[in-house]
Design a protein around this ligand. Structure first.
Ligand code: XIL
Length: 374
């Protein structure tokens, strides 16, 4: 209802301007969205596009098929989408010889029907591996398994993807290795060159997609983030020095309301830019678990966190896309893994449980508008 009214309202406003255009100076010919309009010219994707970057979100593809309100919200707000789970090894490949491409295909079709871009997530990760992996993957076959998987999955969507998260979360300095690499199944089975092998295979399979290294825990101003940022920077430099086909770094941006973000983040983004990499904020959300139940308090700190972080990150021209990990509080992973001790639903995304825009929506849009166009 609201959407339709807003849409009609916008149409009338534009028609009104057009009607008196001959009496008015030229600059009024550009319709200005009324501040209460949150779709069309008032949507996150429109405000991002006006500043030369993309806005989108992770999609629960199962929900997309059965929930029209959810699908409409994504159509209205996003010009880039990513599967929250459907393209990961586990969901995609239930046995070593079986691929379930239905959900992944459905997301790509949805994006194309609605003229959105698609990110692929992901081709190589230590989590959500299928159960058979632990039994069937060995040092003898892991290289070929990785290469063939990437050839098949990235090859299937070749030419249709904006970008692929080729390797996800490969750094964990607390695992104690000098190179900072996580002691993951891929490291154990293939060795440290699994990362460049994955990127090479992805470039061969889809020469057009931007190839991304995606990481979490590199956002804050604390010692853990600082150490991890340093290790990720060394990894990126090493990959670039070896001419590995790497185009961008993804900063997941799973944030915590009340944390400080600042110079460390900006230094990391600037270093990536200096290596010729694009930067994407790939999985943004704001956990409110450290705050009391009061909804107004939580909505305020979450919105401040979105606004503050985006003001920082969007100041760097290397940042080309912002994706939230979900779009409505009706569907967020944070009620599982990041759940509040009191189990209240998180208020972490730009739309609330009733799909109404939150304070965070308006804070995001304001930050988008402040981006300097380069
Ligand atoms: C999460 C999904 O949101 C959950 O539904 C799933 O159970 C676990 O994975 N970093 C990532 C994402 O790169 O793939 C994760 O997604 C969230 C953390």
């Amino acid at each position: 209802m609201k959407t339709r009214r807003e849409f009609l309202g916008a149409g009338l406003a534009v028609a009104g301007l057009a009607g008196c255009a001959k009496h008015l100076p030229l600059r009024t010919a550009t319709p200005v969205a009324p501040p209460d309009l949150t779709t069309g010219a008032g949507s996150l994707k429109a405000h991002a596009a006006a500043r030369g970057f993309l806005y989108g979100c992770a999609v629960d593809v199962g929900l997309l098929a059965k929930d029209e309100a959810y699908a409409r919200l994504i159509r209205e707000q996003a010009n880039i989408v990513v599967a929250e789970n459907a393209m990961k090894w586990g969901p995609l490949r239930p046995t070593i010889d079986t691929f379930h491409f239905e959900e992944a295909d459905a997301l790509v079709a949805f994006a194309e029907q609605n003229r959105m871009k698609v990110r692929g997530h992901n081709l190589c990760w230590h989590r959500q591996l299928p159960a058979w992996f632990a039994v069937e993957a060995t040092t003898a076959n892991a290289r070929e398994l990785l290469a063939a998987h990437i050839a098949q999955v990235a090859g299937r969507y070749a030419g249709r993807m904006h970008s692929w998260d080729v390797v996800n979360e490969a750094i964990l300095t607390t695992d104690g290795r000098a190179d900072g690499l996580r002691d993951s199944p891929w490291l154990k089975l293939v060795g440290p060159d699994y990362i460049e092998r994955a990127f090479q295979a992805a470039r061969t399979a889809d020469p057009q997609a931007l190839l991304v290294y995606n990481e979490y825990g590199i956002e804050a101003e604390d010692a853990a983030s600082e150490t991890k940022r340093a290790a990720v920077t060394v990894l990126l430099r090493r990959l670039k020095a070896r001419h590995v086909p790497l185009d961008a770094v993804g900063i997941q941006a799973h944030l915590t309301a009340g944390r400080k973000y600042g110079a460390g983040l900006m230094g990391f983004i600037a270093a990536a830019r200096g290596m010729g990499l694009q930067v994407m904020l790939t999985e943004m959300d704001v956990n409110d678990r450290e705050w009391p139940a009061d909804e107004a308090i939580r909505d305020g700190v979450v919105a401040d966190c979105y606004g503050g972080f985006l003001d920082l990150a969007l100041a760097d021209p290397a940042v080309r896309a912002v994706l939230t990990w979900g779009i409505t509080d009706r569907r967020t992973w944070l009620n599982g893994e990041g759940a509040r001790p009191d189990k209240l639903p998180e208020r972490c995304l730009p739309f609330d449980q009733k799909d109404a825009p939150t304070k965070a929506f308006f804070a995001m849009r304001k930050s988008f508008d402040q981006r300097r166009i380069s």
